[in-house]
Design a protein around this ligand. Structure first.
Ligand code: UDP
Ligand code: MG
Length: 341
C-alpha cells in the first residue's frame, strides 16, 4: 500500500520534525468489536512508516461498552487518548471534539468501524507533504448498499461539487488528512464534517483527492439511512448561502428591496401627478395597486435583509458555543513526548 509514499529523506520537513506529526481522530458510536483491531491497525501502520502519532478516539455516547473499553485501553496505551462525550451528539461534533484535543501538525480522520483502511494513511500524508492543505479519500469501490447509500450519495456529490465549485468524487469519505491549522478554528455543526473541503476551499485551501480502499462493515451497523441525505442537502443550501451571502446578506436583499421600493414610489409619483395636474380619478386604476404592492414588498425585502444582517452578527458572535460536552478525557499518565513509538 505504501507504493506511492515518498521515501523518508525526500519528504518535506513539515511532517518529519521531532514534534508529534499526526493525530488520528476516530469518532466512535457503538463500535466495540472494531475498536481493538482498528487501534492496532493504525498503530502498526504508522510505526512501520516511522511516523510519530497519537490516536484520539472520541466516544460519542456509546451504549455498547465502547466507552468503557476505550477508557481501559487509553489508561495503558501511551499512543491513545480517549475523549468521552456526555451523550450522543453525532459524527460531526465527535470529530470536532477530536480536533480540539489533537496536537499533531497533521490530522487524519477515519471511521471507527474498519470500513476505512488505516494502511492508506501514509499515502494521504505523503500527498499532504506535496503541499496540499487537505487530502480527501475517494472510495472508488465503495462497499455500501446501492439504493439507500450509493445512489443518494452520487447525487449529493454531484450537487455539492456544482454548488461549492470543489470537484471531489466522494465528499462523504471520512478518511481524510488535513494540515492542522486548517481545521483548528473551523466551526463545525450539523452534518458539516463532509463539507470541510468546501469550507476550506472558500478560505483558499489547496485540496487533493486520492483513491482509497473501502471495506464492508464487519461488525455492528451503520448509524445512518436516507434521513441523512436530506440533512446533507439542507446543509448544502446553508453552504451555498455562506459562500454567496454570508458576509453581507443586506447587500442582496437590500438591493431587490430598494429597486422594488423605487419603482413603487415612481409609480405613486406618476399617479399623484396625473391626479393633481389633470384632475384624473386614480382610485380605480390597477397601476395604483401595483405601486402599493411594489412599495410594500420593497419595504419587506429591505427589512428582511436588515434582519438577516443582524442574524449574521449574532451567528458570528455565538461561534464559541460548544456543540458537545466532554465528560472525561483518559490518557496514560506519561510525558506526552514519550508517546511516540
Ligand atoms: N458515528 C458517531 N456518532 C454518530 C454516528 C456515527 O461518532 O452519531 C461514528 C461511527 O461510529 C463511525 C462513523 O461515525 O465511526 C461513521 O458512521 P457509520 O459507519 O455509521 O456511517 P457510514 O459508514 O454508514 O456512512
Ligand atoms: Mg461506516
Amino acid at each position: 500500500m505504501s507504493a506511492s509514499l515518498l521515501p523518508e529523506e525526500s519528504r518535506s520537513t513539515v511532517l518529519v520534525s521531532p514534534e508529534l506529526e499526526v493525530s488520528v481522530v476516530v469518532p466512535v458510536y457503538n463500535e466495540i468489536e472494531s475498536i481493538p483491531r482498528l487501534i492496532e491497525a493504525i498503530a502498526t501502520t504508522l510505526q512501520q512508516h516511522h511516523i510519530a502519532y497519537e490516536i484520539i478516539c472520541v466516544d460519542d455516547g456509546s451504549k455498547d461498552g465502547s466507552s468503557e473499553l476505550l477508557r481501559q485501553m487509553a489508561r495503558t496505551r501511551t499512543d491513545l487518548r480517549a475523549v468521552l462525550l456526555r451523550r450522543n451528539y453525532g459524527q460531526t461534533p465527535a470529530m470536532a471534539a477530536g480536533f480540539k484535543y489533537a496536537q499533531g501538525q497533521a490530522v487524519v480522520t477515519l471511521d471507527g468501524d474498519l470500513q476505512n483502511d488505516p494502511t492508506d494513511i501514509p499515502r494521504l500524508l505523503a500527498k499532504l507533504d506535496e503541499g496540499y492543505d487537505l487530502v480527501s479519500g475517494w472510495r472508488k469501490r465503495r462497499q455500501d448498499a446501492m439504493l439507500t447509500r450509493l445512489i443518494p450519495s452520487k447525487i449529493a456529490n454531484w450537487l455539492i461539487a456544482k454548488v461549492t465549485g470543489v470537484n471531489l468524487h466522494d465528499y462523504g469519505c471520512s478518511l481524510k488528512a488535513y494540515r492542522s491549522e486548517l481545521i483548528m478554528d473551523m466551526n463545525l455543526y450539523g452534518e458539516l464534517h463532509r463539507f470541510i473541503p468546501a469550507l476550506a476551499f472558500i478560505e483558499g485551501a489547496r485540496i487533493a483527492e486520492i483513491p482509497v480502499q473501502h471495506h464492508a462493515r464487519q461488525f455492528g451497523q451503520s448509524k445512518y439511512g436516507l434521513g441523512r441525505t436530506f440533512r446533507v442537502l439542507m446543509d448544502l443550501f446553508t453552504i451555498y448561502f455562506m459562500k454567496r451571502f454570508l458576509t453581507r446578506p443586506m447587500h442582496v436583499f437590500g438591493l431587490f428591496g430598494l429597486i422594488s421600493m423605487l419603482i413603487g414610489v415612481g409609480l405613486g409619483a406618476y399617479l399623484t401627478f396625473v391626479k393633481l395636474a389633470f384632475g384624473e380619478s386614480i382610485g380605480d386604476r390597477p397601476l395604483l395597486i401595483l405601486a402599493v404592492v411594489l412599495f410594500l414588498t420593497g419595504v419587506q425585502l429591505f427589512s428582511f435583509g436588515l434582519i438577516a444582517e443582524l442574524m449574521m452578527r449574532t451567528y458570528h458572535e455565538s461561534q464559541n458555543r460548544p456543540i458537545y460536552r466532554v465528560r472525561e478525557v483518559v490518557e496514560a499518565i506519561k510525558n506526552r513526548s514519550d508517546s511516540r513509538t
